[in-house]
Design a protein around this ligand. Sequence first.
Ligand SMILES: [Zn+2]
Length: 137
Amino acid sequence: MEINLAELLRSHRLHITPIRLSVLTVFYKKNTCLSHEDIQRALQHRLDRVSVYRTLRIFVKKGILNCIPTSGNSNMYALHDFGSTDGQTVQHALFICERCGMVYPLKVADIRVTELPGNFTVKQFDIVMNGKCGDCS
Ligand SMILES: [Zn+2]
């Protein structure tokens, strides 16, 4: 699927800057959940940490990315519709290996909260699993 990244930025009322285009390109190319460090590595550390961090914050605020907090005190980021099953509620499931620290995005379907107060609306629903990956078991 070809995505016009400039158009995507424009539709979220964001100015088009090289750093924004670079960060977005990484997400569309990798099509997975990424940490700040993953993005830095993908960009071969050509951009400074603070600028990348600021860009991620803006994307989260504008709803382009979702931020998924993990127990390791770090955040993972994913494109908003990554893992979406109904186009409305976004479900992200991550498996984090407690030994090597690798993060594996997993496909999930139909995990429901059976009781939600009537006037609540769910926009994002994250599942973070911790354990040992195949290599570390
Ligand atoms: Zn592992």
